[in-house]
Design a protein around this ligand. Structure first.
Ligand code: ATP
Ligand code: MG
Length: 632
């Protein structure tokens, strides 16, 4: 297999158009705001080779079979994620490159080379094998960001067992619920998490045969095995068994933004998509120092915190600390991070902590010169945040869109292309996206022959649909065949997200189908209203819902949290309402504003509008297992 392109010379892109285009060396790319369009445009030639030099040509020539054939593959044939992520680099002579830089909240940074990571994951695979854990058995992790998590993930995949990561801050019920649904055979966790969340409930998990305790184990915990003991007894040599690209590899539960979380099953062949999207959307090159803030318990933290960056051969920063804007700036500086993958909620936290003017000029007091760009995912990125990035940090922020189900980034303001603030960007090469005419529930409308119809008017909105066929597409929802089948209509996978597509093919998020508000005959996307509210100097974050109203049917109600230094009160309320009316017009602007410094969010950082709606109407809150504690 061809090595990943390494920098300012040689062929770039690897497949499709990029392979034919020679990268030029020259001045660093510059991005500036185009005053007429408001877009962030690039000029000059990138200092690092762009992974995607010609978007249209790359889309035309892209071929997933070729992308898959470019994987290293197992020596005996087949594809295994862990081999692509680690062992391959060792075989290719890059074993001494640093794979992980683990930054604890205090104390020294721990580094692991690719060679070391390969050896440790071999040990864990051997350890599992010795416990009798086999292909297809489910291994759950309930761990924070730590080196052992990476070793456990990769070792599990080497053993062909199926990995299911859980968020370590989940309460006992969500943990047990997911382990029951996922038929957990092994759990890797810490003593504290085990004692708090599992020990008392273990009798209710008869399938859970082995619990591996990471870190100090001071108590006598019957039915557990210590990580150190398991690892010490295991050999560093392991031969990955033959793995078919269609063999199951990962089980991911969705964020539960719209209801009960669903378990999505992914296969080993998905790594081809991780590798390609790491190049196209995140522009990763082996010399990059990359940091993803997502928790490994979510699909982003696994696909783009572990698999994709390792498959791209970069150095991954593993930050073990809490969500905290000041600390993020410090880590970005001290680790010389070149690409940062985070979420709108984190960017809004930075905005809150970083006034545009004033004595406390956080980013300028840190040297972020290594950072090439920021990428964002998980929920809509308000244009205000993109402009803030350009103005205050001097950095482009590239929005990315995908779902647990898609397994990889599918739409992005690509690293090599101009950014349209407020837009999710365009489909990556290899993805065919369509905007389908939909009913009010977001279901595609079918004609008499059962066919769906695309929306052609650039002002018109519809449901985003994707043509299946890329390797990381989910292969099913756990024990819910019916729900899986109903996600496909007339050959399209229907995302449930409403979007618009402009005449240049950029997609604009309107809202989740079930969040869209119908008020006085208008269909209103909450994202548009929230973004307008965020342009008010007092507003840090907003969540917008429809509230039933006897006269209008539904009126728009906004919940906002305020930036520091602003007092909630009737005057500010009137001012925000008037501001929104001027920007959005009376039909779309909220009729009511409520102040709420703790908007309910999922643990992956998404505003839970369904909870705001339920609370407003005094209805049951439904599944709150993924509610961030503190956002009450
Ligand atoms: P559930 O399916 O359980 O309700 P969820 O949809 O939030 O939860 P995820 O798979 O983690 O679970 O999130 C995918 C969803 O996140 C997308 O369908 C979309 O609604 C939203 N999303 C992700 N990225 C973006 C983005 N860049 N812009 C707008 N929305 C986004
Ligand atoms: Mg979803």
């Amino acid at each position: 297999m061809d090595p990943v392109p390494t920098g300012a010379s040689g062929p770039v892109g690897g497949r499709g158009a990029g392979a034919m285009i020679e990268a030029e060396s020259g001045p660093t790319v510059e991005r500036r705001m185009d005053e007429a369009s408001g877009n962030i445009v690039k000029s000059g030639v990138p200092a690092v080779s762009p992974n995607l030099a010609d978007y249209a040509l790359s889309c035309r020539l892209f071929d997933w079979r070729q992308a898959t054939s470019e994987l290293a593959g197992l020596p005996g044939g087949g594809v295994n994620i862990a081999h692509e992520a680690v062992d391959r680099h060792v075989l290719e002579g890059r074993g001494e490159h640093i794979a992980l830089r683990c930054v604890p909240p205090s104390g020294a940074v721990v580094t692991l080379s690719y060679t070391r990571l390969a050896a440790l994951s071999n040990r864990f695979a051997n350890g599992l094998h010795r416990l009798g854990v086999r292909a297809g058995d489910r291994v759950f992790t309930l761990l924070g960001r730590c080196p052992e998590l990476y070793v456990a993930v990769l070792g599990t995949l080497k053993n062909k067992s199926v990995l299911c990561p859980l968020f370590s801050a989940f309460g006992p019920d969500p943990v047990v619920q997911r382990m029951t649904l996922g038929d957990a055979r092994v759990l890797v966790t810490t003593q504290a998490l085990y004692q708090r969340k599992i020990a008392d409930r273990r009798a209710g998990l008869p399938g859970l045969e082995h619990v591996v305790i990471v870190g100090p184990s001071t108590a006598d915990l019957p039915g557990t095995v210590r990580w150190d003991d398991l690892m010490e007894a295991a050999s560093e040599e392991f031969t990955i068994p033959a793995t078919d690209p269609e063999d199951p590899a990962l089980l991911h539960f969705t964020s539960g933004t719209t209801g009960r979380p669903k378990g999505a099953v992914h296969v080993h062949g998905a790594v081809a998509a991780h590798r390609v999207t790491a190049e196209y959307a995140l522009d990763l090159h082996p010399d990059d120092v990359y940091w993803c803030t997502a928790d490994p318990g979510w699909v982003t933290g696994m696909s783009y915190g572990v698999i994709a960056p390792l498959a791209a051969g970069v150095t991954v920063v593993v930050d073990e600390g809490e969500f905290d804007a000041a600390r993020w700036y410090r880590v970005l500086e001290s680790e010389h991070v070149t690409v940062w993958y985070t979420a709108p909620t984190a960017i809004r936290m930075l905005m809150r902590a970083t006034p545009r003017t004033g004595p406390f000029d956080l980013p300028r007091s840190h040297d972020l010169s290594a950072l090439r760009f920021i990428a964002s995912v998980g929920e809509p990125l308000n244009p205000e945040a993109v402009r803030w990035g350009a103005d205050v940090l001097g950095l482009p922020i590239h929005d990315n869109y995908w779902q647990t189900e898609t397994g990889c980034i599918v739409i992005a303001n690509l690293a090599a292309c101009d950014i349209r603030p407020g837009s999710m960007g365009r489909p990556l090469p290899g993805f065919q996206a369509e905007v389908l005419a939909a009913d009010e529930q977001g279901r595609p409308v079918r004609d008499g022959a059962g066919r769906v119809r695309p929306v052609t008017d650039p002002a018109g909105q519809g449901v985003l649909a994707l043509r299946p066929g890329w390797p990381s597409m989910f292969r099913g929802y756990l024990d819910d065949e019916e729900r899986y089948r109903s996600a496909f209509v007339d050959g399209w996978y229907v995302t449930g997200d409403l979007v618009r597509r402009d005449s240049d093919g950029y997609l604009w998020f309107v809202g989740r189908a079930d969040d869209v508000i119908k008020s006085a005959g208008h269909l209103i996307g909450p994202f548009e209203v929230e973004s307008a509210l965020m342009e008010h100097p007092a507003v840090a974050e907003a969540g917008v819902i429809g509230r039933p109203d006897p006269v209008a049917g539904t009126v728009v109600k906004a919940f906002v949290s305020l930036r520091p230094g602003f007092d909630p009160g009737p005057e500010l309320c009137t001012d925000i309402l008037a501001f929104a009316r001027r920007k959005l017009g009376p039909a779309v602007a909220p009729r009511e504003v409520a102040f709420d410094q703790n908007l309910p969010k999922t643990r992956s950082g998404k505003v839970m509008r369904r909870l705001l709606r339920a609370r407003e109407q005094g209805l049951p809150e439904g599944d709150t297992s993924t509610l961030e504690s503190g956002s009450a």
